[in-house]
Design a binder for this molecule. Sequence first.
Ligand code: HEC
Length: 463
Amino acid sequence: MIIELIGKLHPVLVHLPIGIFLIAIAMEFIGRTKRFSHLQMSIEFILIIGVITGAFSLITGYLLSLDGSNDSDSVNLHKWVAIASILMFAAYYFFRKHVIHKKTIQTVALILLLIMITLTGHLGGSLTHGEGYLTAAFDKKDDKSEIASVAKFEKIEDAKLYEDVVLHTITEKCVQCHGANRQKGMLRLDGKERMLKGGKNGDVIDLKNPENSEILKRLLLELNDDHHMPPKDKNQLSEDELVILTWWLRNGAEFDKKIALYNKDQKIEKALNTFHQKIKSETKIEVIREKIAAIPPSTLSKLEKSGWVISPLSSKDNYVRVVGFNLEVPLNSALEGLKQIKSNIVELKFSFKKISDSNILVLKDFKNLEKLWLDHTMITDKSLKLMNEFQKLTYLNVSHTAVTSKGIEQLNPNSMIKKIYAYNTGIQKTELTTMSKRMPQTSFFTASDSMDVVPSDTLFVKK
Ligand code: HEC
């Protein structure tokens, strides 16, 4: 836990030595002029600070690398270049007196140091942002992911197996690491061409002998195997998704064929139907919201005076998002006040430290809630039972609370909740697999791995 925490400091901390070393190099050059020659006096001090903060960055970087979420080759390269950079700066510190009057040698040394620090930073950045993120702006080719589109078919038979089904699963479960942002194992899976291009170790789909495909092997490996995909602690494929993906691969990984043209046994039929149900439920919620009366202006202004920020979600209906940060009235009466507009509220965010299980009981009748933020509150597992009251809930955030997997177990396994954010809770990485198995429709975001690309859940509020 502590180790993870310290490791997470790395992406922030590294900017210190980089900045400090750059200043030292700049001062060396500027200090050569008469006007700024006094700068020379501070350079050694700055170099020491650079080396010390550099050493801290190395330690935090090492701790961060322990979570194994990055390609170990790239991590190693970054690590050794970083160590070499810091040693070179330390060496420069010790030999500075000897080179200071040999301008050419000093210039060469400084340029070398500049290259090293840039390279270290770039390699580190590529780990966080994906390979070639610096050069991405110059790439002419269209970098957009081909991702699954909204279902265009009525009957599952009319769907295309790759485009409408397989790609959907890959988008959900693989593209976070094998897409535009990150290319683990130098592999992208967000589109036909990219998939066929293969990864670090060559082709991942063997069109001549599908059974031999690297992807298939990886999906079928034991969960504990290091090469299993998705990696152990990440959101796994559901039973049905696995059935469909392996079926597609074994049938030659065709990219244009309609499902109607395949032979299907019962197991496949079942998996396809489950998939179809899931797609349907995903699209349904977006469109159908019942007509509802607008909030009377007097009520609105009273609630806003008490500190709630209320904003309409669309101009077509009268549903609102409510956010509370600085309430002007005591917590309980503020919450009671919301009851007047309970049917209008579809998104609710109140992340006060003081909120406890008993406070949120008032939400029981808020039947239209679709998104609920309870992060940074004192709620416990007890409150999760209440979530089953909200038939339309698709998003729940309980990050930074005392919630554990016991609480999650109380959720209805068929609930509509698509995303549960649970960073920094009592939920262990190891419990993730069981949780996803029980609630295949739900994605959990629990890893404390700061480099993970997670869909943003930030909500900005104008004050
Ligand atoms: C959390 C990140 C993550 C997710 C999600 C993920 N992978 Fe990977 N994948 C990796 C890493 C890291 C490697 C490189 C290490 C290795 O070879 O095991 C890799 C390597 C691979 C490779 C081998 C590429 C090569 O040429 O060496 C294949 C194939 C693969 N993944 C398929 C998948 C599939 C299919 C999914 C989705 C079902 C998936 N991955 C989801 C992280 C991920």
